[in-house]
Design a protein around this ligand. Structure first.
Ligand code: PLP
Length: 286
């Protein structure tokens, strides 16, 4: 089936979608994006994702490419046109097309908009059974990681390093030895005392939508949670570690830099939170 995308005002076969070379997203990474999960053909946690998109746009002073409600309709239309039941929608907004010059275009230009959708396969059973192995790398990103910008080079290099070492993800470690987050996931531990810890939202991390929903779930379940940075040393001593993201849901981590976490098996807290997170977002266990 031909994949259909939405690009700057038109639904087009995805393979024929073309952007201008002077789109500032292409030349400067001057834009933002969102990935919204789809289950049973429906957007999951759409409000939170569109809120975050609005925030990212606002922080970079890029206008909404159209009214938010219209963009939501386009996202749903792209899902429908591609017959996606299980997957995600990708939304990218750039500052627009203008002659190359670092500063914003003098005369306002129309933001560039691209929307596509893709199917995802269920997570491999072995990954869920055994948990994920991760590596750690220095966090080399800029000072506004809370903006979901197109500038992903440090994240790309971190994920590539993980792949080359047979790991699922790379955790990023700041200059104080604290874990900020993963290259495309939020980072959590369960301490030796059984308390959950994840870094508070701030300029150093992306405010993960999955993370926010899991924080709510943690409160509903009456578990103890500390929103604070944790060090890599503490993660090595932790009872459990796990990551959260749109694509991974809640995924237990069983090895960090080759060393087992806890007893080296997926932890009960992470498994319970995965089930509770899926239930909270109206999805079956998986
Ligand atoms: N942190 C980073 C750097 C990310 O890129 C992502 C997702 O793309 C996340 C965390 C997880 O965010 P979410 O739960 O909204 O997918």
């Amino acid at each position: 089936m031909t994949q259909i995308a939405y690009l700057n005002g038109r639904y087009v076969p995805r393979a024929q979608a073309r952007v201008r070379t002077e789109d500032r997203g292409y030349q400067f990474g001057d834009g933002v994006y969102e990935v919204i999960p789809v289950h049973a053909g429906r957007l999951i946690a759409a409000e939170r994702h569109f809120d975050r998109l609005g925030r990212s746009l606002g922080e970079l002073r890029i206008a909404w490419p159209m009214k938010r409600a219209a963009l939501e309709i386009i996202a749903r239309e792209v899902i429908a046109r591609n017959g996606i039941q299980q997957g995600g929608v990708y939304i990218q907004v750039t500052r627009g097309v203008a002659p190359r010059d670092h500063k914003f275009p003098q005369n306002p230009v129309t933001p560039g908009l691209f929307v596509s959708a893709k199917r995802t396969r269920p997570m491999p059973a072995a990954l869920l059974r055994d948990g994920a192995a991760i590596i750690t790398v220095p966090d080399q990103r800029w000072g506004r990681c809370d903006i979901k910008s197109l500038n992903l080079l440090p994240n790309v290099l971190a994920k590539q390093a993980a792949a080359e070492q047979g790991a699922h993800e790379a955790w990023l470690v700041d200059k104080d030895g604290n874990v900020t987050e993963g290259s495309s996931t939020s980072a959590w531990i369960v301490t030796a005392e059984g308390v959950l810890a994840t870094r508070p939202n701030g300029n150093e991390i992306l405010p993960g939508v999955t993370r926010a929903i899991v924080v709510d779930v943690v409160h509903d379940l009456g578990l103890k949670l500390e929103l604070r940075p944790f060090s890599l040393a503490e993660a090595h001593r932790a009872r459990e570690a796990f990551l959260t993201s749109t694509n991974n849901y809640v995924l237990p981590i069983t090895r960090i830099d080759g060393r087992p976490v806890g007893d080296g098996k997926p932890g009960p807290t992470a498994q319970r939170l995965r089930a509770a997170y899926l239930a909270a977002t109206d999805r079956p266990p998986s």
